[in-house]
Design a protein around this ligand. Sequence first.
Ligand code: FES
Length: 109
Amino acid sequence: MIVCSCAVISARDIEHAVVEIMSAPQALLPTPGVVFRHLNKKMNCCTCAPLTVATIYNAMDRLQADTRVCPFILAEARAKLIRLEERQQARTAMVAARRAELGLPRRVA
Ligand code: FES
């Protein structure tokens, strides 16, 4: 299944990238940006970001089930990803509140 039509990235490409990233000795947090950089691709419109995140989570679940990567590293990475998402949602809510305060129209995503 194609996840990103701009960069032509499949779910399988993302899963392979997550396995390689999480198997590295100094594993980076597999954010969409890190995964795209690992694949030597660049996000263009970012429409695929939610699907990319879901695919990354699925890949991490599969890795945990396969026990190919230390479960503690996976749990730590998952917690960091959740914190990043929460911060992003808080920032989006803050911007929306500020726009409403200023009487500006809501942004359409
Ligand atoms: S669909 Fe992925 S960057 Fe456009």
